[in-house]
Design a protein around this ligand. Structure first.
Ligand SMILES: [Ca+2]
Ligand SMILES: [Ca+2]
Length: 173
């Protein structure tokens, strides 16, 4: 990131090469919090561990990241996590959300069946909604398993479509 401090008459502000407002927030979270009057969570998908699959062959797991409310709900990101056999753990360590003015973000874990005739639509595995202040709300087929022993990663058990995955998120506020 091209971070630097710029001087303007009478004050000193942080900015980036591209001038992006979100980048400004990343440089100094406290500035962003004051500007928008709320806390803004940063969410990273740390790890995904497979305990049971949707089918006998490998599960192709991907994540959907959505935000907004009602008819304005929109997909902001979709990415592949990888192919899973039982016992497989993948650590994407991928930043999926870096707070903006939106009130919350939902991370939905899915299994891809797009290229597998006869298996119908993709399989829902589980979902977690993280609000701007960092609170996590497990959705359908999802249980909050609390923090791991490092107190850094929040764990969620997801059991949609007959599968069982443990998903670890890092939520920073
Ligand atoms: Ca499937
Ligand atoms: Ca599949």
């Amino acid at each position: 990131m091209g971070q630097r401090l710029c001087k303007q008459p009478g004050r000193r502000v942080a900015c980036t090469r591209n001038g992006d407002f979100n980048s400004l927030i990343r440089i100094d979270g406290s500035i962003g919090k004051r500007l928008l009057g709320r806390f803004m969570a940063k969410v990273t998908l740390h790890a995904v561990l497979c305990h049971a699959k949707t089918e006998s062959d490998a599960d192709e797991i991907y994540c959907l990241v959505t935000t907004g409310t009602g008819s304005e709900r929109r997909e902001v990101m979709r990415f592949d996590v990888g192919n899973f056999e039982i016992g497989c753990e993948i650590r994407p360590a991928r930043l999926v959300w870096n707070g903006t003015a939106w009130p919350d973000v939902t991370i939905t874990v899915m299994e891809n069946d797009a290229n597998e005739p006869g298996r119908g639509a993709d399989d829902f595995i589980g979902e977690v909604t993280v609000s701007a202040d960092g609170n996590c709300q497990p959705g359908r087929a999802t249980l909050d398993e609390g923090y791991d022993q490092t107190k850094r990663f929040r764990r969620f058990s997801m059991t949609g479509s007959g599968a069982h995955y443990l998903v670890q998120l890092e939520v920073q506020t």
